[in-house]
Design a protein. Sequence first.
Length: 177
Amino acid sequence: MARYRLLERRAVGLCARHRMRLLRLSLGAVLFWFGVLKFVPGLSPADALAIRTIDALSFGLVTGGTGRLVLAVLETFIGVALLTGRLPRAALAALLAQMAGTLTPLVLFPAQMWQHALVPSLEGQYILKNMVLIAAALTLVGTLSPAPEPLPQPLAAPREPDGVDAHRPEMACSASG
């Protein structure tokens, strides 16, 4: 029993030390993988749904392969940024925006997303699992250090009335009287 507790304590300590790195890397790997799949038309199981969603959200301005390519670049960027630890704010902001977009088919295409009330179709389940990715992204956002405060701007020297020279006190006295 003592060995078990020692092993458990070590495992918990190891997980505690590396949990955020593992979360960032796993989220990055998933986004990178999903993004790369979208570069090849028809390879991603969500390809048709993604194209329809982007078409609807852009009011028809971004359609077909262009929408798929934009999404592929975005997801791949997010994945690479999370895997490398570079640009974490940009990556997480892009991820949260992208995830908000992935939830919209639940409302935009309800017949395709729901079999019955509160019973999602396979596509609906695919989208609902994104809530876990959103929670992971929000957890990582919570680890970011606050953005630095802007440096205070120096105050401008107060203006003296015309004819008064603040640098020469004798002039200030003589000007007033």
